[in-house]
Design a protein around this ligand. Structure first.
Ligand code: 5GP
Ligand code: MN
Length: 330
């Protein structure tokens, strides 16, 4: 992977060149998109518009309703509902730690498609031909801000809202350890474009949906600990998901409850997504690199926040994962 030896500035220059060399793009992010994924998708679309290029934004999953205020978010096609029957030669993938995270949208890549991969996950499998991978960036949106500077684009209120949203959500409201001086510097500049940081924080971080509270109530009753109280987890069965009518976005933040307990090093949420399939979310207080644990189960992520899916029953997944986390804590 010689491309990875490029400096960050060289990677940004290569991304600029990639955009200049193509005309029509597919913009994609990861399945079950979060704030950074949607923001980055919309920010790339904004960049392409500034350059007079055409594009289609597609995601395998539905765009969570709470991100509809972002300029362009409503135009993101949900591939699982509305498959596009067009093949693309130029693809820009944002916030996708590995190729599989693109999901079914990869069916829309032509055989010779050129992919620009922009991401901040340390577990990146470096899919694509051109990369801008910066694993100490707080969010993919931070990298896109740098790309805008490289391309000498003049930011406006709409795109500022996108970048700010990516930063806000991936730093947990400017609280996680990825909240660098650079993040705060960018955020303070973005506020000068007229966006309302307070409204965004209220909307994205404070407001709880009714389904979320129902899920929280049910999942707290499953709260469990390892003998030394360094590991804590909660689980949600498919039945509970169905009964609460919860959608993906309603699960956000649940994993923080076990993680935030005094003395807990690793907090986890086990969510049964099918009778024999369990989605695991990991959060670490810092001692354990949960990206590596998730990776060992075919997933990935960041040192302090990662995820994977495990085939088997809920109790099996809990046993397997907890025993691996225990080993990592020895
Ligand atoms: P969450 O627990 O919020 O779903 O995910 C936390 C972090 O782990 C995110 O950065 C996300 O990209 C990553 N992640 C979650 N699930 C998976 C997965 O199945 N595969 C990979 N590679 N990364 C994941
Ligand atoms: Mn991200």
């Amino acid at each position: 992977m010689s491309k990875q030896k490029l400096s960050y500035d060289e990677q940004l220059a290569a991304a600029k060149q990639f955009i200049q060399e193509h005309e029509h793009f597919l913009v994609v992010s990861h399945i079950q998109p979060d704030g950074d994924a949607i923001s980055s998708t919309c920010a790339v679309a904004w960049i392409l518009e500034q350059c007079g290029k055409s594009y289609v934004m597609v995601n395998e999953s539905q765009t969570p309703h709470k991100f509809h205020y972002l300029r362009g978010a409503k135009a993101i096609i949900q591939h699982s509902k509305e498959p596009i029957n067009q093949l693309f030669d130029a693809v820009i993938a944002v916030d996708c730690a590995d190729f599989l995270r693109i999901g079914s949208v990869s069916q829309a890549f032509s055989e010779t498609a050129q992919i620009l991969n922009i991401d901040h996950h340390p577990t990146s499998d470096l899919f694509g031909q051109v990369h801008v991978i910066k694993d100490d960036a707080a969010a993919t949106a931070e990298i896109l801000y740098d790309l805008m500077l490289t391309m000498q684009l003049k930011l406006d209120k709409d795109v500022s809202e996108c970048i700010y949203t990516g930063l806000l959500t991936d730093t947990g409201g400017f609280r996680y350890s990825n909240t660098s001086p650079k993040v705060m510097k960018i955020a303070s500049e973005l506020l000068t474009y007229g966006i309302n940081g307070n409204t965004l924080a209220e909307h994205l971080l404070e407001t709880l949906s009714f389904s979320h509270i129902q899920l929280l109530k049910k999942s707290l009753s499953t709260l469990s600990f390892s003998d030394d109280y360094q590991i804590s987890w909660m689980s949600i069965t498919q039945e509970v998901v169905n009964n609460t009518g919860a959608s993906n976005e309603d699960f956000e933040g649940l994993v923080n409850y076990p993680r935030n307990i005094e003395g807990v090093e690793v907090g986890m949420l086990f969510k049964q997504t099918a009778p024999e399939l369990v989605k695991v979310s990991f959060r670490s207080a810092g001692k354990v690199d949960v990206a590596q644990i998730a990776k060992s189960f075919g997933g990935g992520g960041h040192i302090r926040a990662a995820g994977c899916s495990i085939e088997g029953e809920l109790s099996f997944a809990i046993e397997e994962v907890v025993s691996k986390v225990k080993k990592a804590l020895i």
